[in-house]
Design a protein around this ligand. Structure first.
Ligand code: SF4
Ligand code: SF4
Length: 355
């Protein structure tokens, strides 16, 4: 849409102006790194952060979310009946500042997952109130990143505003009309000039060599590699190492599996149903009636996670289920990583085919 210039000195003023109308969240520094949290003072906002332990997914999909409350009991005619009252939790106008391009790709996947097929009204209600202000990644977060392999090094078209730091100010691209309105209400931005746009092009071109490739196959080859390697030995090797702790899925910006919990009041008539984050890496995830577990072995669960990331989600939603953010690699105590798994599988398949 349009490109504006926001000077760095004006950023606190912009944040304060937004706070008058919105809940503003963004990356803040903590004792252990960075995390997305509420911004009460613009000085807290750390737009030059490396990465956060958790992605901003908690604002889209709360860890514990009440979906509805229920009441069961006799109606006026003495017949038993059930009343349901939907609850829309955490639905409030929210601006999320400083979202990296990998995490925007994760949000783009959520937007498809929760809108396609069984449309999730709870997600959609919350999503409609969220404004995304991205920040261009000019340097890799750290050694665990492989966003370049996964094609998430550029901003997908889901942002309302997208900022690139350049020569002591921010170039701000407007992605939506609602984003444009956020800026227009604030008179201290200026339209970018031709030379600013040229300089931005140079800056964006210069960033690519800073990011390394880690995968031995292209992202488009991963679905067929995974199909070929379904019975590979690597899954047993990874299963022997895996602790089944679920950290990798908890920190992942594209994992969205949840459990459903019903809580009944002591009167046995009122209660609520909630969804809570779950992990396919936990033994109980696939435990069903009669004590049967259809993914009882850790090797099966590790394989399932990687299959979802590199194949199954793409088949259903057209996007890969991994953004290359590297969070699972940072979180895993036994160093099970997506790049090493894909590369190991590639090597095993090469050996098997004798090439
Ligand atoms: S699988 Fe790992 S690297 Fe890929 S998106 Fe999830 S946390 Fe990030
Ligand atoms: S973080 Fe590592 S050890 Fe824990 S479940 Fe995931 S792969 Fe297994």
């Amino acid at each position: 849409m349009s490109l504006y210039i926001l000077s760095k000195e004006k950023l606190p003023e912009f944040v304060k102006a937004l706070q008058a109308k919105f809940r503003v969240v963004g990356p803040v520094r903590t004792e252990t790194g960075y995390e997305f949290d509420d911004i009460t003072d613009p000085e807290q906002l750390q737009l030059d952060y490396s990465t956060t332990i958790l992605p901003p997914k908690k604002y889209f999909l709360p860890q514990h979310e009440v979906l509805f409350q229920f009441h069961s009991g006799p109606n006026g005619k003495g017949n038993k009946h059930l009343e349901l009252r939907p609850i829309y939790q955490d639905v409030q106008p929210t601006v999320i500042f400083g979202v990296h391009t990998c995490d925007m790709n994760g949000i783009m996947l959520y937007d498809k997952v929760f809108a396609e097929g069984f449309r999730d009204e709870h997600y959609m209600e919350r999503r409609a109130q969220i404004y995304i202000i991205g920040i261009e990644c000019l340097h890799p977060c750290d050694e665990a990143s492989f966003c370049k392999d996964m094609g998430t090094l550029t901003a997908p078209p889901i942002y309302d505003l997208h900022m690139t730091e350049m020569d002591g100010h921010y170039l701000v691209d407007t992605g939506t009309e609602k984003g444009e309105r956020l800026l227009q209400e604030n008179l201290y931005v200026q339209m970018a000039q031709k030379e600013d746009i040229q300089r931005l092009g140079q800056l964006l071109s210069a960033k690519w060599p800073r990011f390394r490739m880690r995968l031995k196959v292209s992202k488009d080859q991963t679905p067929s590699l995974l199909a070929l390697g379904y019975k590979a030995k690597i899954w047993e090797q990874l299963g022997d190492r895996c602790l089944a702790c679920g950290s990798c899925t908890n920190v992942c910006p594209t994992c969205f599996c949840f459990d459903v919990e019903d809580r009944m009041d002591i009167n046995m008539q009122d209660g609520e149903r909630a969804r809570v984050w779950d992990s396919c890496q936990l033994r109980e995830f696939a435990l069903v009636a009669g004590g049967h577990n259809f993914r009882g072995k850790k090797s099966e669960r590790v394989r399932h996670r990687v299959m979802r990331k590199g194949k199954y989600i793409k088949q259903v939603h057209g996007l890969l289920g991994c953004t290359g953010c590297g969070r699972c690699e940072r979180a895993c105590l036994v160093n099970i990583t997506i790049p090493a798994t894909i590369n190991g599988l590639h090597d095993e398949m090469q050996l098997e085919s004798g090439s």
